[in-house]
Design a protein around this ligand. Structure first.
Ligand code: MG
Length: 380
């Protein structure tokens, strides 16, 4: 089985951020930086083992790591030496196939970046996240610009830097100098290193203001909202009904100002509800002749656009149609597909269900159809 280890390098003494302790031990929004970094890897499905490289003077601060099942290693005099210590600790009969090497001071590394690095290693000896340089580059002397430099082909290096284990261990063993990072070690040994997309949030805590920026990003959290919708339309004359965007032949039609698509109206109201932005009647007044006989996808599209304008992604919608007839089951897949198409979602994010009301009440007597819906919206 292919195994993947991660080495968290935390042996630095950097105190440029201020404070008594090196930055990886400082508090970031209620937890130590290093604990946040470890969690990103320990919680990742592709990572099987973690090695934490600590300075000899910090071993007492990391007393809990071994208890959590991680391998704790004492680092060396330089970053390169610390990485080598971590690699040697993994070597031997149980050596992993892949290893990711990450700075403890990048606590905001994303699940996606870790996955991208691990997956890229199926094709190449090395892979690391990079950000294309977008600012113009100057050459300066003192406080004056004395020239410009091309940014073509330049990237800002990030971590985790991932490698096939054997080649990077050999490269570090053969290294004769301290190098800036493990990609440089790999290149010196002739390995190929692929660039995967980095992230601006995956920055290294370096300057005092970086702590506040990281705390802000962590505190932003995720805005998850749930809305509900309910609608009823009565039966009248007609030979078909519209339900969740699908036309179904039926001896009676549903009455309403629009096409009376009761299911689509309930979903639309659920989205407005999650956004706290009123209901269909408020956005499309029944007194307005423009909406007479209107196709209900106009309403649903408006609600979806409003969600996107407000920064939300619609994660899921669930609709229950309540009626004795028509039978919904034969049309449910078509309804899912049509609702998904209108909403711009994958069909597996839409649920269409139906129930009778056991012949009780107005739906049971066949006087009309009711629908209820729930929508879940997320802003990351
Ligand atoms: Mg309605």
């Amino acid at each position: 089985m292919t195994t993947t280890a991660a080495i968290i390098v935390a042996a630095g003494r950097g105190t440029r951020l201020g404070g008594e302790l090196p930055k990886q031990w400082q508090d970031l929004a209620g937890r130590r930086v290093i604990d946040r970094t470890i969690d990103r890897f320990a919680g990742h499905r592709a990572i099987d083992r973690l090695v934490i490289v600590l300075h000899a003077e910090d071993l007492h601060l990391g007393a809990g790591f071994a208890a959590a099942g991680h391998l704790v290693v004492t680092g060396g005099a330089s970053r390169s030496a610390s990485v080598l210590a971590g690699l040697r600790a993994l070597a031997g009969a149980t050596a992993p196939a892949k290893v990711l090497i990450h700075d403890a001071a990048r606590p905001l590394v994303s699940e996606a970046i870790i996955s991208a690095v691990v997956e890229a290693l199926d094709q190449t000896d090395g892979a690391a996240p990079g950000l294309a340089v977008s600012d113009a580059l100057w050459r300066g002397a003192g406080d004056a610009v004395i020239g410009v430099a091309s940014r073509d082909g330049l990237f800002r290096a990030q971590t985790p830097q991932g490698f096939r284990f054997g080649p990077i261990l050999a490269a570090h063993e053969a290294r004769r100098a301290d190098l800036a990072d493990d990609v440089e070690v790999a290149l010196t040994a002739g390995l190929r290193v692929a660039i995967v997309p980095g992230s601006h949030d995956n920055f290294k805590l370096t300057e005092p203001q970086d702590m506040a920026r990281a705390a802000h990003l962590l505190g932003r959290g995720m805005d998850v909202r749930t809305g509900n919708g309910f609608d009823v339309h009565r039966f009248g004359a007609g030979d078909h009904v519209w339900l969740c965007g699908v036309q179904i032949a039926h001896p009676r039609g549903l009455q309403g100002h629009s096409d009376a698509d009761v299911g689509m109206h309930a979903v639309t109201d659920a989205i407005y509800g999650a956004l706290g932005r009123g209901d269909i009647g408020q956005h499309f007044p029944p007194t307005d002749p423009r909406w007479k006989g209107a196709a209900s996808h106009i309403f649903l599209t408006h609600a979806c656009d409003l969600a996107r304008d407000m920064g939300f992604t619609i994660s899921h919608a669930d609709c229950t149609l309540i009626c004795e007839y028509p039978k919904i089951g034969p049309h449910a897949l078509a309804m899912k597909a049509e609702m998904a198409r209108i909403m711009g979602l994958d069909a597996d994010r839409i649920s269409i269900k139906a129930t009778t009301s056991e012949k009780l009440g107005f739906t049971g007597r066949g006087e009309g159809i009711a629908a209820m819906a729930t929508a879940t919206l997320v802003k990351a």
